[in-house]
Design a protein around this ligand. Structure first.
Ligand SMILES: Cc1cc2nc3c(=O)[nH]c(=O)nc-3n(C[C@H](O)[C@H](O)[C@H](O)COP(=O)(O)OP(=O)(O)OC[C@H]3O[C@@H](n4cnc5c(N)ncnc54)[C@H](O)[C@@H]3O)c2cc1C
Length: 463
């Protein structure tokens, strides 16, 4: 059985039973498991990989949150309402209001709980204001990487003795006639299917970015683009949702990224471009306002000749970029090229010197330049350049949920014991690439996991 299916009835007799089963041990699943543990509720995490990584480990691990202990200590006066306004401004008001409110309220308590009860240390990233955020509210663990975030969440789960079944690829959802989830079936590496009964189920198995067929169907503009997320984003939740008659929402929403180094295959921080760097195509011309956001930039970059462009910056910006660990990794892999002057840069790009010179001359500090961008400084030789393409990072559409993360049917009613959060569920980016505000991915995962745990607890009568 290789495809996700829904079977009617109960798991086979003799299957073990657990109050709450969680599919997927990324940021969402692990947060939910830790919160259930704190509420005194037993749960089991089922994870397809031997060592859980998910897209969370591939990410930069940056999480926006208003009003955490750390943000308050830094003296930043933020609020869920301000955060919600920023999210909606990015989506032009198209994100579901109930989820924006729920997530912007829940994320700071979630980060504080992970800090106070499970020892996760948060740093406020205050050297750079992420596009679309009106205040410093991006948090990271000290390593400032997704690998660091995953390690800390997993260590916390291990300290709590939370059962984690690895190499357990969930393929079957069992559902009874009243449409209650009664359990699940999961494939073991040797091909055997094992079963687990449960009172409530949380789907935390992320989206469909790794499923080429679904990407072609739902995101045709990303068909053929590099997918930079985890292979486990195979659309399982969408397949189960379709079979169960769930409402699917915002399936055209996703996080793209216009700065994926090739051939190294590494994320190059957008902070470089926000702080004064530019993108030029193979003709040496700028083609968009880089400050609008990295997600929509993916589409702009892919539309350029050869679907590749160059990030151009200077040594002052190089020093700044070196504060990002993923940038340092890309630099070590040879992504950053140095050019003594404009001629060397034109030779590297393979474009006409005069076209490139005109592009560099147009960066007039203080004036509205081409595409409406206002520059604060001019790039200075020697230059640095990185060849990049546009990539799909993760999908933001999925199972429609209410503010308690309960999965909704097509008629708007909620399933009694089926929950979804993180990339498995609809996010807060609307139905487009341009609605993605930095951090919406882990916001949905961590705030959603936090809320789903609370709801699961109330479903099984513990809260
Ligand atoms: C390069 C990159 C950088 C990013 N940077 C950021 C960032 O800085 N900030 C931000 O907010 N977002 C970022 N994102 C997005 C972010 O990574 C995701 O939104 C987030 O990790 C989703 O968390 P999750 O728990 O829902 O999914 P995941 O972390 O992907 O976890 C899902 C887990 O479920 C498992 N799984 C899937 N299907 C099954 C199944 N059927 N049975 C059992 N297990 C299953 C998977 O193996 C995986 O471990 C980035 C993404 C990429 C690709």
């Amino acid at each position: 059985m290789n495809e996700p299916v829904v079977l009617r009835g109960q798991p086979p007799k003799g299957a073990p039973s657990v109050p709450v089963a969680i599919v997927g041990a990324g940021a969402c699943g692990l947060t939910a498991a830790l919160m259930l543990h704190d509420a005194g509720i037993e749960c089991v995490l089922l994870e397809r990989d031997l060592a859980p990584m998910g897209s969370t480990a591939l990410s930069s691990g940056f999480i926006p949150a208003p009003g955490t202990r750390v943000q308050r200590a830094r003296g930043v006066a933020d609020s869920p309402a301000q955060f919600a306004a920023d999210i909606q401004a990015k989506t032009h008001g198209t994100a579901p209001a109930h989820l924006v409110a729920a997530y912007s309220e829940a994320i700071a308590p979630a980060l504080d709980a992970l800090e106070e009860r499970h020892g996760l240390q948060w740093q406020l990233l205050d050297d750079f204001l992420y596009p679309g955020h009106s205040l410093w509210r991006m948090h990271a663990v000290p390593e400032k990487t997704g690998v660091g975030l995953m390690a800390r969440l997993q260590n916390a789960a291990a300290r709590c003795d939370i059962p984690l079944l690895t190499e357990a690829l969930v393929r079957v959802l069992w559902v009874d006639q009243q449409e209650n989830i009664t359990g699940l079936g999961y494939l073991r590496p040797d091909g055997t299917l094992e079963h687990l009964a449960c009172d409530a189920l949380i789907l935390a198995c992320n989206g469909y970015g790794g499923n080429r067929v679904l990407v072609r169907e739902l995101l045709p503009e990303m068909d053929g683009a590099i997918f930079a997320g985890h292979v486990g984003n195979d659309g399982s939740a969408i397949a189960w949702g379709r079979a169960l008659g769930c409402h699917l929402a915002d399936l055209g929403g996703y996080q793209g990224h216009g700065s994926w180094a090739v051939p190294q295959g590494a994320l190059i921080t957008w902070a470089l471009l926000m702080e004064g760097g530019i993108q030029v195509n193979l003709e040496g011309r700028r083609f968009h306002d880089e400050t609008l956001g990295y997600s929509e930039a993916a589409v702009q970059v892919l539309a350029q000749p050869g679907a590749t462009v160059w990030n151009v910056f200077d040594e002052e910006l190089l020093d700044f970029a070196r504060s990002f660990p993923d940038f340092c990794a890309a630099e070590q892999a040879g992504a950053v090229k140095s050019c003594s002057d404009e001629h060397a840069l034109a030779a590297l790009i393979g474009c006409d010197d005069r076209v490139l010179q005109a592009t560099l001359d147009s960066l007039d500090p203080g004036f509205v330049g081409p595409f409406g961008r206002v520059f604060t400084r001019k790039l200075q030789a020697p230059y640095c350049a990185i060849r990049v393409t546009g990539a799909l990072f993760h999908t933001q559409g999925g199972l429609d949920i209410d503010g308690q993360c309960r999965v909704l049917r097509t008629d708007g009613t909620a399933f009694a014991n089926l929950l979804a959060a993180g990339g498995a569920a609809r996010g807060v980016s609307g139905n487009s690439v341009w609605g993605y505000l930095s951090g919406n991915g882990l916001l949905s995962a961590v705030a959603g996991g936090f809320i789903a745990a609370r709801t699961a607890a109330s479903m099984i009568g513990k809260q």
